[in-house]
Design a protein around this ligand. Structure first.
Ligand SMILES: [Zn+2]
Length: 459
């Protein structure tokens, strides 16, 4: 059944993020068959009729947000268990993930989707965390979200428990995953190759997977942690810096998305820009885990070279929240402080990464990332009847510096209203919350992974 048509009328502002970056006051959007049919001044769309009309007088409308690196599996049930001083909890992370049952992962995923959608994210890339996509498909379907999925594969030893296969099996698993999942749910599910990292995969595996995604016209993502130590290791092992190594084996290009990317040197930045390789950065994770953004963060240089960067929230135990608005805020303020220069990463650049440029980084720039005629109708309406939206002169400034995802009022994906005046209707939230809390209790008991609950006495 086709979605009913929808009109958002008299919007206070529409941030189109179109080619000219038009901001329309007293604007209107007409959505038919899941696509933007018209967008302009309310007066120009006066004749446009729709099955449903949303009064936009108190709304700021933006494109739906994309989250380019968002592990969505084990973490919600045990969010916040790692104490601040736990520098790298990865060993525990993968043990907890490995212990998740199908039912547990389904419920954790549902909670992730509620949090993502209610904060305005319409599309996210899960870098291979989901072990039971068959079970989770119901959650993707019910919620209406877009997701880029893949199976995590490695063929080399790792310091934590990752799925490891002989290279031919890793390739076969990836190929059958792509064949099974790519394009499901009316194209809302995309499937990518997801080798964990260059350190945990052989050159042969990475090269074959790159060929596979070229043939299937889809993407490949990798954790790409550079920095001094990684550079030394890479030079010792391969004779190249981490990024130069990827180029030497042909694993760069517009369908390759490198996640995190801290500590790149000039030549690596040049390589990424020259090969039009995409990047996903997680500024809140970087700050929270003390990665040294002043020393290692190169977002301004990547942006200056026109590299397409998507923002990511990483996981509920890394950034700890799934709010891309707070992530935009961090991206915009982090580099001003790091470089002691307020010209770094303007609010507009942060918003572009969460929308238009993020969509391009995920290979979805033709369909998503802006409110333009012909594109998919994915958009977010912010409620300005809240203190943080006062006074309102520059909606980009209010959005990036004053607001957060809690003022997301309405979310539309593929022309379907999935959050309607703050409410989603695909899950009973209080019941789900209780269920996920229970799962967390069971998971800690079963794995023996637990930490003192609080530094302060809890009775
Ligand atoms: Zn990751």
């Amino acid at each position: 059944m086709p979605e009913p048509s929808l009109k958002i009328d008299h919007a206070r502002y529409i941030l189109t993020i179109d080619r000219q970056r038009r901001i329309i006051q007293d604007g209107a959007v007409l959505i038919e068959d899941g696509r933007v049919r018209r967008v302009g001044k309310a007066a120009e769309l006066r004749d446009a009729r729709a099955d449903r009309v949303i009064d936009g007088r108190h709304l700021v409308v933006t494109p739906g947000f994309l989250n380019g690196h968002m592990h969505i599996s084990y973490a919600h049930p045990v969010r916040g268990i790692f104490p601040d001083e736990q520098a790298s909890p990865l060993v525990h992370v993968f043990n907890l993930q490995g212990a998740m049952t199908e039912d547990e992962e389904y419920h954790a995923t549902l909670l992730g989707l509620v949090e993502l959608l209610r904060n305005g994210t319409v599309c996210f890339l899960d870098p291979g965390s989901t072990k039971f996509p068959d079970a989770c498909q119901q959650a993707y379907e019910d919620s209406g979200i877009r997701v880029i999925l893949g199976e995590c594969v490695t063929d080399q030893p790792a310091p934590f428990s990752l799925p490891r296969y002989a290279a031919p099996e890793a390739v076969a698993r990836t190929t059958s995953f792509l064949a099974k999942w790519h394009g499901r749910l009316n194209g809302r599910i995309r499937a990518w190759a997801m080798p964990f990292s260059p350190e945990t995969c052989s050159a042969g595996l990475l090269q074959t997977l790159k060929r596979v995604v070229d043939e299937h016209r889809t993407g490949l993502t990798l954790h790409h942690n550079s920095g001094t130590k990684a550079r030394q290791d890479s030079v010792a092992r391969h004779g190249y810096t981490p990024t130069a190594y990827l180029e030497s084996i042909g694993v760069v290009g517009p369908n390759v998305l490198l996640a995190h990317c801290l500590g790149l040197d000039e030549a690596e930045i040049d390589c990424i820009a020259r090969t039009r390789t995409a990047v996903a950065m997680c500024p809140v994770t970087a700050a929270k885990s003390g990665r040294g953004v002043p020393e290692h963060g190169r977002m301004p240089e990547l942006l200056a070279r026109g590299v397409k960067i998507a923002l990511g929230c990483d996981s509920p135990n890394n950034s700890n929240h799934l709010d891309i608005v707070r992530t935009m805020n961090m991206a915009a303020i982090q580099y001003k402080d790091a470089r002691q220069d307020t010209r770094q990463v303007p609010a507009e650049a942060a918003l572009e990464m969460a929308t238009r440029h993020g969509a391009e980084a995920l290979g979805l720039g033709d369909e998503l990332g802006s409110i333009e005629v012909g594109k998919k109708a994915d958009l977010v309406c912010f409620d300005t009847l809240r203190p943080e939206w006062q006074a309102l002169w520059n909606p980009v400034s209010n959005l990036v510096y004053a607001a957060d995802g809690r003022s997301v009022h309405t979310v539309v994906v593929d022309g379907r209203v999935v959050v309607d005046a703050y409410r989603q209707s695909f899950v009973d939230e209080p019941r789900l919350y209780a269920k996920v809390q229970e799962i967390g209790e069971r998971l800690q008991a079963r794995t023996g992974i637990s930490f003192p609950r609080s530094r302060w006495p809890m009775s």
